[in-house]
Design a binder for this molecule. Structure first.
Ligand code: FES
Length: 124
């Protein structure tokens, strides 16, 4: 087994790229997580789909492409699709590494370490 293949064992295929068109998001289940998979102008992001306020489904929220954030559809908290931080430094959501290979989207089976207490910034 190649090292690259071993690393991919830690990823779960969620959708084909065609199933998440630019400007859309879909909900996937990865292990025990509900994961929102977002396509922002061709870049794929994956975040914990459950808003920490009162469980709003983030994949149903409005995406701000310039800021690379999603606004919770229930009460409007904004979360970075890049690092999961919330706009006012309140509780963040977890994010997941993503790999796109051969037109298929893979999401890491475990989230990145949670970024907490940070003021939302874009690294772009
Ligand atoms: S449930 Fe997301 S802001 Fe309230």
């Amino acid at each position: 087994m190649r090292i690259e293949d071993a690393a991919m064992d830690e990823f779960v295929r969620v959708f084909s790229l065609d199933e998440v068109a630019p400007g859309t998001a879909r909900l996937a289940t990865v292990g025990s997580y509900d994961v929102g998979v977002f396509n922002v102008d061709g870049t794929i992001y994956a975040i914990d789909n459950v808003c920490p306020h009162v469980d709003g489904p983030l994949h149903g929220g409005k995406v701000n492409k310039a800021a690379c954030t999603v606004s919770c559809p229930l009460h409007g908290r904004d979360f970075s699709l890049i690092d999961g931080t919330e706009g006012y430094g309140r509780q963040s959501v977890a994010t997941f590494d993503v790999s796109v290979r051969d037109g298929e989207i893979y999401v890491a089976s475990t989230p990145r370490p949670l970024v907490s207490g940070a003021t939302q910034t874009s690294n772009r």
